[in-house]
Design a protein around this ligand. Structure first.
Ligand SMILES: [Zn+2]
Length: 123
């Protein structure tokens, strides 16, 4: 592995490389995966310094609710670490909305199954 930092996606060695994930290492401190600004935008990558507090260093992606124009603006921020408190609110809230949508879908499926379990009324 080269010591020269390069983008994980396009292998560029320039272009505002930023750490986006932590690679666990069995021995030693491990290292980081870097991504250039273009790839952080196209892959919707959250910079490592802005990962949620409970992150183990794996890749994090801006949720779909974050529009592309905002992802572009966020990728240009100089101090992304200031985003962490917002990310700490955003990620659990997005997960809660997703769980609610799953629950709503399960409720609708169950009601449909109840309707299917009863005979059609003669009119
Ligand atoms: Zn790249």
């Amino acid at each position: 592995m080269s010591l020269l930092p390069r983008c994980l996606y396009c292998e560029a060695t320039t272009g505002e490389l930023v750490a986006v994930a932590l690679v666990a290492s069995g021995s030693g401190p491990g290292w980081t995966y870097q991504a250039c600004r273009t790839c952080r935008i196209s892959e919707r990558l959250v910079p490592l310094v802005a990962h949620p507090s409970d992150s183990w260093g794996g890749m994090h992606y801006w949720p779909d609710i974050v529009p592309h124009e905002l992802v572009v603006r966020l990728a240009g921020l100089r101090s992304a670490s200031e985003l962490r408190p917002v990310v700490d609110r955003l990620f659990p809230a997005v997960a809660a909305v997703f769980r609610r949508e799953i629950a709503q879908s399960a409720v609708e499926d169950a009601v449909a199954d109840l309707w299917a379990a009863v005979p059609v009324e003669e009119s």
